[in-house]
Each structure stands twice: as C-alpha cells, then as structure tokens.
Design a protein around this ligand. Structure first.
Ligand SMILES: [Zn+2]
Ligand SMILES: [Zn+2]
Length: 674
C-alpha cells in the first residue's frame, strides 16, 4: 500500500494510506465531535469525500469560520430547493447562492407562494436534515448534464453560458435530488439541522427586468442551535430598527409614488436631523479650510463627454434632457426615440443631464481662474444633489435611492500635498463618528492589482498616492486593511465601513485620489518654478450621502437620537388645565433659548399624553403639575421612564443647553435608576 505524507494544521506531518478521504483526516485531527463542514486541502476547499492520492496539507473548515458558514449556507440552499421541489413538483430551481446573512434560492413556476407557505417547506427541510442523507459529488459529461436538466431551461441556460463546448461539470446529489454545482458542500444533510426560512420576495431571472419573474425564498442557517438563536434575535432587533419602519413611525421622511420611486421627501422632523448634521459637518469643514460652493442640478452633455460620464455610464443615469427648440424641431421631423438617443450619443445634438456627480461642476470653478501653487490646496465643498438611475428592484428606503445629496468635496492639490489632505479627510470622519458614538469602524485602502495596464497615470505617481493612503490610514490608530485590486482605474481610494450597535457593517463613503479628471479637463497651476503643472484631485464624500447616512443613523440610534439631533428635543406636558399658563411660559422660554420644543396643554390624562408623545422619542418630556407651577420647577422624564422631579427650571435649562452644545451621544440629564 502506498503512503502519502500529510501536513497537519500544527505543522507536523502524518503518514496515511493513499486513497484516504479528506474527511477521514479531519476526523483524525479533530476527533468525531468536530464542527467542520469541509476540508482545506493545499489551500483549496474540498468536500470530505475528496480522495487524497499524493502529499498535501489538510485542515478542517469549521462551520464557525467565514469559509465554513458560506459552505453551510450554500448547502442549505440546496436543501431548500430539494424541499420545494418535493412539495411543488412543477417549481424549477434556478440559482441559489450563499449571501451575507444566509442564503436564498430563486424558483420559476412557483407562483402564489407566500410567507404562509414557508413553514411547510421548512418542516420538509428539517425532515430531510434528520434523515442524514449523504451529499455526493458526481462528475458529469456535457451530454449527461443536458439529459439531467432537460426540463429546466434555466439550468440549461447556465450550462450553455458557463461551460465551454465539450466540457463537463459536476452535480451534487442528495437522495433523488441533484443540482448543478461546483461545491464544495457538507457531506450530509444532518449538518443542516439549524435552518430557518425568513422571507419571500420576487426577483428577475439574471436580475434582468425583461426576463421571467421568479420567487425568491430567503433563509438562515447556523452550525448550532445557540448560534441560530442569537442570529434570529439579531434579525429581530434589526427589524425593529429598520429605518423604513422608524422613518414612518417618527415621521422623518416620506416616499411618494407620485413624486417618484427612490426620491426622498424630507419631512420637517427628518429635515431637522439633516440640517443639524450638515451644520456640524460644515463647521468642521470650515475649520479644515474648506470653501463652500453651490452648483446647479444639471449640466450640458458636453461637460459629461469631457468627464467621461456620458455616454459610457448612461445605464446608471436618467436619460438626458433635450433643449426645447431642438425637441420641437425633431418632433416636427418625425424623429424616433432611438434616433434621438443615437444623435445624442454621437454628439450631434446638445442636451442636458441631471448631474450624476458634482466633480465636473467643481472642476469648472477651479478652472474659472488662473491658479498658482500658492492657491493649493483648494478645497471646494458642497452638499451636492446628484441623480442616478437605480433599477426599481434595488431601491430601498433611504439607503438605495435615485436622488441623493452627497457630503461632497473636491480638493485640488499638488502631488506633495496628497498625504496631508487624505489624512485631513480621515480625521474629519473620526471627529464625526466619535461625536455620534460610532466608535467601531474601519477603513479599507483600495490599491492597484498586479495587472497595471488598466490604470491611468504613471506608476511612480501611483506608488506615491498609495503610500499616502497607507500612511494616513496607519497614522490614526484605526483598524484598516489593504485591498489590492480595489482601486479605481484613476487612483487609489479609502472606504469607510462602520459597525452599528447590533454588529452590522455599513459601507459609507470614500476618499478617492484622481489623476484622470485633471488630465481630461487639462487643469493646471503655475508652480514655484514658473512652469505649468497638473494638480491632483481628491474626491471625498466620507458619509456617502445625507440620505444614506441618516438612514444608517436612524438604525444606529433606533430612533433615539442624541439631544442635539432629536427632531423635537423637549415635549412639555401639563397634568391639568391649571398648568396651561405655566406650560406655555416654559415652552416659550425653551423656544427662545433655541430649543426645539413641543407643548401639549390639551385635555388628555397625563398617562395618555405620555404614551402619545413617547413615540416621537423626544430627548426628554417635562411633566408639569401643581408643585412644579408653584415652585417654578420641572419634572424631567427620560425615554426609559425614569424621572427627576423638582428641578429648578433655570438649572434644567443650563444643563440642557450644556448637553446640546457638547453633543453628548446619549441624553443623560436623568440619572439611571438601575
Ligand atoms: Zn451548490
Ligand atoms: Zn467627485
């Protein structure tokens, strides 16, 4: 019997008979009670059934690792499809990937399937998991695949697209059911006991609205009962915090079909939050030497031809606007839409575009004057509204929209200034995150990959800019990582990813170094040597957009905003009609001190008033009764119901203004009783 030498995770080696499976070795290393779902053989993922014939290294992939949970999720998607086709024999499985929090599978011919049908499918999945069905990998020729999937046009389309002529692929079989797949998968359905189906939605085949509509079923799988429980409660918590729900409950924003999908209407309470945030950010921009500019919402097509946004990114933009006279002339000539589009693309007629980016406008402000090295760095900031065409299926609340206001700025700098300016951008983000109590965040530095032919600009310049980004990220003591291949073709970038209180990560905005646009617009400045030089641009919108950032903040705070951001800070509630005058005086004094206040001196009982006002999450309610009126005091009620009674009004006002001005993240004028 020939032997192979296998390197184990601890670095030692062991001899095994050739032909042993990866799974047998994992059991040898980890024992029978291991939590592994597959094996890593020489650095690549393999099924437990993989037969080993030569020297290699072997390691178990635990279901608790990122790689392991991915395999579990993908395997659970197979189990889902098996269960669905058992109950609905006509349903046709299409694709079923693992996703960030679980998995889904898209089915054709599964119409009228709703949330109420999930239970039966989930029950069937548990039944199959308990049966401990072996999951096998089978190599198939092209002809065999053609036969096996003959009655599923979706799988046939994938086979036709993905497989080179004459090449086979693999299927994974569990019992009578099989799916086209490269694997790896768990070796038995028993690994998929802890599975839960969560929701149903619709999707289009291949994400293409012109193709068939499919039914998408989502689910969660975890390695253990406990981890499933904690994941499910995190999902519950996330649902409660959903900004679309809270946005409605707290009356922060509105989306109206008649205005348009993905176009946010900021209602007064939400607009207050946005204004406070913008003022706060602007204050720091001013300190960092930024200058405010304003630019219009549209620009000529020629501008975007120069910048490269048109016609290349047409798909992600609203169609252009044609000049009025031209439109009338073309209509009289009987011009079709297709002809019109072609003429615009070719540059034969002029038109305007809703701006997809603020950069070209800011560039024109730069080039409106002769610039010298003494002017640099120039930093133009604008809360600039831009419009992008998102597919309607992609639109969601405030986080995926068609019109949004970026916290945008463009810095025009010399090469030597890149490092300092990138650093300044990150510092600004730190200040804002800290003020909002978002202390768990990281930055990703996007660099070139090894195929350097796709990047514009000289290699030495890139190295300088990449070093500047690395240096900035590492100098601030924050968590950061390098991401080769994530740079744009025109320069390296820094992304901000913030983790909210329930552990979800949100990608916000970026800082982007750009060698390309200064070239395209032929930007110049006069150097100290008297020669003309090309500036470098830095685009930065670190919070992404006000819409997205506010959406994230609503979820982060679960609607309980810090006092300085709360849409209404104080609600004054009177206990009876005897306090109406005192209530009005208090409200007036608060208002004139700049506090956002609401007064309820109506007839409801105090209990009812508290319930009615609590849903708006003011930082505090002031309860006014006889004692308060007589002594010129207030009783302060915190969000959790704790009270602080008999506080002199002036003392309260001082404390309140102190809390607002210092932007305390959690209202804390009422000491917690716990
Ligand atoms: Zn698969
Ligand atoms: Zn830009």
């Amino acid at each position: 019997m020939s032997m192979i030498s296998v390197t184990l995770p601890d670095g030692s080696t062991n001899e095994y008979a050739a032909g042993i499976t990866a799974g047998e070795i994992v059991i040898d290393i980890e024992g029978q009670k291991h939590d592994c779902v597959a094996a890593m053989v020489d650095g690549s993922e393999k099924d437990f059934s993989a037969i080993l014939e030569s020297d290699c290294s072997v390691e178990g992939i635990s279901g608790f690792t990122d790689d392991g949970i991915h395999i579990l999720r993908h395997s659970a998607a197979h189990l889902l499809a098996q269960a669905v086709t058992l109950i609905y024999p006509d349903a046709k499985p299409t694709i079923g990937p693992a996703i960030e929090r679980g998995f889904y599978y898209d089915f054709a011919d599964l119409d009228d399937f709703g949330e109420s049908d999930l239970k039966a499918v989930q029950k069937k999945m548990h039944e199959l998991a308990r049966r401990n069905v072996t999951v096998e990998r089978v190599e198939c020729s092209e002809d065999e695949l053609g036969e096996m999937f003959a009655d599923n046009p979706y799988k046939m389309e994938i086979i036709k697209d993905k497989l080179e002529d004459g090449h086979g692929s693999t299927i994974y079989r569990q019992g009578d059911w099989y799916d086209l797949c490269l694997g790896p998968h768990v070796h038995s359905t028993s690994k998929l006991m802890h599975v839960r189906l969560t929701s149903v939605s619709s999707a289009f085949w291949r994400g293409d609205q012109s193709r068939e509509q499919l039914t998408r079923i989502y689910g969660i799988v975890e390695p253990t009962k406990e981890s499933l429980k904690s994941t499910m409660s995190a999902i519950e918590e996330a649902k409660k915090r959903d900004h679309r729900k809270l946005g409605k409950d707290l009356q922060l924003f509105h989306v109206d079909e008649e205005v348009g999908q993905g176009l946010i209407l900021w209602t007064p309470r939400g607009a207050t939050i946005r204004t406070c945030l913008q003022n706060f950010i602007s204050e720091h921009l001013t300190r960092q030497g930024y200058q405010q500019v304003y630019t219009p919402h549209i620009g000529k097509l020629d501008l975007y031809r120069t910048s490269g946004h048109f016609p290349y990114y047409q798909d992600s933009q609203y169609p252009p606007l044609v000049e009025k006279d031209m439109m009338i002339k073309l209509a009289n000539e009987g011009c079709t839409c297709g002809e019109l589009a072609n003429m615009m693309t070719a540059g034969d007629i002029e038109g305007y575009m809703l701006k997809p980016m603020n950069c070209p406008h800011h560039i024109k402000i730069y080039s409106s004057q002769a610039r010298s090295y003494r002017d640099l760095p120039l930093r133009f900031a604008e809360f600039g509204t831009v419009y992008r065409w998102e597919q309607s299926g992609e639109i969601s609340g405030m986080t995926r929209v068609r019109g949004f206001t970026q916290d945008d700025a463009h810095l025009f700098v010399t090469e030597n200034q890149i490092a300092g300016e990138v650093l300044g951008c990150i510092e600004l983000v730190q200040v804002i995150f800290e003020a909002l109590g978002m202390d768990d965040y990281r930055v990703r530095v996007g660099l070139r990959d090894s195929d350097s032919s796709k990047y514009v600009g000289e290699s030495e310049k890139w190295e300088l800019a990449e070093d500047a980004c690395r240096a900035a990220a590492s100098s601030l003591g924050i968590n950061w990582s390098e991401e080769p291949g994530e740079a744009a073709f025109y320069g390296p970038k820094i992304d901000f990813v913030v983790k909210d209180v329930i552990g979800r990560e949100w990608q916000l905005g970026t800082v982007q170094v750009d060698y390309n646009l200064p070239e395209r617009f032929d930007l110049q400045y006069k150097g100290s040597d008297g020669e003309m030089h090309r500036p470098v641009m830095i685009h930065r919108a670190p919070f992404g957009s006000m819409e997205r950032f506010c959406g994230v903040l609503i979820e982060h705070f679960a609607g309980k905003f810090p006092t300085w951001l709360a849409p209404t800070q104080i609600h004054v509630l009177t206990i009876s009609e005897k306090q109406v005058q005192y209530g009005q005086d208090i409200a007036a004094k608060l208002k004139s001190a700049g506090v956002r206040v609401e007064l309820d001196d109506g007839d409801h009982t105090i209990g009812k008033k508290i319930r009615m006002h609590r849903k708006f999450q003011p930082a505090y309610m002031l309860i006014l009764g006889d004692d308060e009126t007589t002594n010129n005091t207030v009783s302060i009620r915190a969000r959790n119901g704790d009270q602080r009674a008999g506080i002199d009004f002036e003392t309260f006002l001082d404390e309140l203004l102190g809390e607002i001005n210092s932007k305390v993240a959690v209202p804390s004028l009422v000491p917690s009783e716990e």
